[in-house]
Design a protein around this ligand. Structure first.
Ligand SMILES: Cc1cc2nc3c(=O)[nH]c(=O)nc-3n(C[C@H](O)[C@H](O)[C@H](O)COP(=O)(O)O)c2cc1C
Length: 338
């Protein structure tokens, strides 16, 4: 486990206490990638691993939490997607396992979800894509916020991390811990966001090529080769079918997604599907495409979700080394400031 300086520890103290970890560094949940092995490795290394529930059934999530507990006695969290049809049951599974932290992703949580999670004794983290929503979530009782900019991999909002941090941190960082995510590849950026008032940070892309990550070797190779400019946001082709953009490495699936949108838009036109169902079909498309790339290694037709920090992923290395490097870079940056 890496050591860190008193100054970095002081800046991370609030976030580390909230998470119950050595460092206030979260490994953001990544569908198919963030399963027991990566999650446990991150937590064992002093960070905070988060299981990506994604489209898992309650039974699968149950097994994944049990499996993770078998590999670490350190705290870890579970990320649930709010639009999952079995959200209530998934919350119950987390409660049965006494999971300490539940991260709700994919839009504002439905009524009662925050209360039910808190009633189990767990802390609730939500994504705040704008200041007004951050304030609304605080009123709803969330325990911490994640602000994630459009540099991030996977589903993204329209605003950059640097702007979200400037807009949101000064207004709410004194009220609850805020974790900054999106585009963080090195410790210098971590130091900067901590100094701006963040309690900690969340990184996804940087952890994909951890030795302990089960991502297919082809998926990891694509990350190691790619530069920032290859991680592009998907384009919406039909204004009537609003789809949340996804940042991924450019490949044949970029075109396949355009075709999928056309197909779903046509079904919408012809009254064969309702809007909610159309949007769900798009989400299922992503889940399937990501699985093809992460698990099967089809890096042409599968989705290579990646953030712009992908250029800073240069080799496969153990999770402990990644966290140690981030901590050392953050410390060095702080020391250089005098
Ligand atoms: C391959 C991949 C899959 C992801 N899947 C999810 C997910 O299922 N749920 C979620 O909340 N965020 C997901 N994310 C976002 C990450 O949790 C994290 O917030 C993001 O990667 C941070 O930005 P960065 O990639 O620039 O480090 C995913 C990101 C990637 C790269």
């Amino acid at each position: 486990m890496s050591l860190s300086s008193p100054r970095l520890d002081a800046l991370m103290a609030r976030g580390a206490e909230f998470l119950g970890t050595r460092h206030a560094i979260m490994a953001g949940a990544m569908s198919w990638v963030s399963e027991r092995h990566l999650v446990a490795a991150i937590s064992n290394a002093g960070g905070f691993g988060v299981i990506a529930c994604g489209a898992m059934t309650p039974a699968l999530l149950d097994a994944e939490i049990a499996g993770t507990k078998g590999l670490t006695d350190k705290p870890f969290g579970v990320n649930l997607i709010t639009m999952h049809p079995d959200l209530d049951e998934l919350i119950e599974v987390c409660a049965r396992h006494q999971v300490g932290h539940v991260v709700l992703a994919g839009g504002l949580p439905p009524g009662g979800a925050i209360e039910r999670i808190k009633a189990s004794g767990a802390k609730v983290l939500c994504f705040a894509p704008a200041l007004a929503l951050a304030k609304k979530l605080i009123r709803s009782g969330v325990d911490a916020l994640v602000i994630e900019g459009m540099e991030a991999g996977g589903h993204i909002g329209p605003v950059s991390t640097s702007v979200l941090a400037q807009e949101i941190l000064p207004e709410v960082a004194d009220k609850l811990p805020v974790f900054v995510a999106g585009g963080i590849g090195r410790g210098e950026a971590i130091a900067a966001y901590l100094e701006m008032g963040a309690a900690g940070v969340q990184l996804g892309t940087r952890f994909v090529c951890a030795v302990e990550s089960i991502a297919h070797p082809n998926f990891k190779k694509a990350f190691i080769r790619a530069s920032a400019r290859e991680a592009v946001a998907s384009v919406q082709i039909d204004p009537r079918l609003p789809v949340i953009p996804v940042r991924a490495l450019k490949n044949a699936s970029t075109e396949l997604f355009t075709a999928k949108q056309r197909e779903v838009a046509q079904a919408l036109d012809e009254g064969r599907v309702e809007m909610a169902e159309a949007q769900l079909q798009i989400e299922h498309y992503w889940a399937g495409a990501l699985r093809r790339a992460v698990i099967d290694g089809d890096v042409e037709n599968g989705s290579l979700m990646a953030g712009q920090s992908v250029g800073m992923v240069t080799r496969e290395e153990p999770a402990t080394d990644i966290i140690a490097a981030l901590v050392t870079e953050a410390e060095t940056a702080l020391t250089a400031r005098g």
